[in-house]
Design a protein around this ligand. Structure first.
Ligand code: ZN
Length: 224
């Protein structure tokens, strides 16, 4: 899953507006940020098969970032970071929201991944409902999740027009990214996929900073 992961970030923002968008966006892709780093370093393994539907990813070995057990460890790390570092959310409920957004990643991946998600370090059981094998429904599902969560956020935000306008920008931007992920050219090596994924995650977090600033400047603070 790609842009569908950000639905967890928007739900988190609706529930706890004090957590900045950029933190929630990075939380939604926290394990994929480390997946990209681990692929570049050779700690986890993947390859490319251009014949596959939706995307060419063959995710052979990713016990650290994409096992169910690993997910809860990453969520715990995120909880501690958010709890300790005020700018990442702060103590109490905000840290719980950041951790929940991190944990959502595995469950959202479960919908689309071909069976490549291990339960723990043991590679014998791997799960995935394989919606990626049906590119149009997979695309629609990700966009629908995102769209619904953005509407939920701006209804809950109370920020009115600035949030509505920001929501439109988010939808257009994510739509372009998801189309690129689906229909874009297949990179020559998996490390190129990882590097471009890492760049994209940081770019989206940066866009979160800019758009949040804009919402505040146009007169309605996103926080309650
Ligand atoms: Zn993932």
């Amino acid at each position: 899953m790609f842009v569908g992961h950000y639905s967890a970030a928007f739900i988190g923002k609706a529930v706890e507006p004090r957590v900045p968008f950029c933190v929630l966006f990075l939380a939604a892709q926290f394990v994929d940020v480390f997946w990209a780093i681990f692929i570049i370093l050779g700690i986890e393994k993947a390859s490319l098969d251009p014949g596959l539907s939706s995307n060419p990813l063959v995710l052979d070995y990713m016990p650290y970032t994409h096992s169910l057990a690993g997910t809860f460890v990453w969520a715990a790390v995120a909880f501690v970071l958010a709890h300790r570092i005020p700018v990442l959310g702060g103590a109490g409920r905000t840290a719980v929201v950041v951790a929940a957004v991190v944990a959502s990643h595995w469950f959202l991946d479960l919908i689309v991944h071909r069976p490549d998600l291990p339960l723990d370090g043991d590679q014998t059981v791997k799960l995935g409902l394989a919606l990626w094998n049906y590119p149009v429904p997979a695309f629609v599902a990700e966009m629908a999740l995102l769209f619904a969560s953005i509407i939920f956020w701006f209804r809950r935000s109370g920020a009115g027009m600035p949030a509505r306008r920001a929501g439109r920008w988010f939808i257009v931007g994510f739509l372009i990214l998801q189309l690129g992920f689906w229909l874009g050219p297949v990179p020559p090596v998996i490390q190129a996929v990882a590097a471009s994924a890492l760049f994209t995650f940081l770019l989206i977090a940066w866009a979160g900073v800019r758009i949040e600033r804009r919402i505040i400047e146009t007169g309605a603070a996103p926080a309650n």
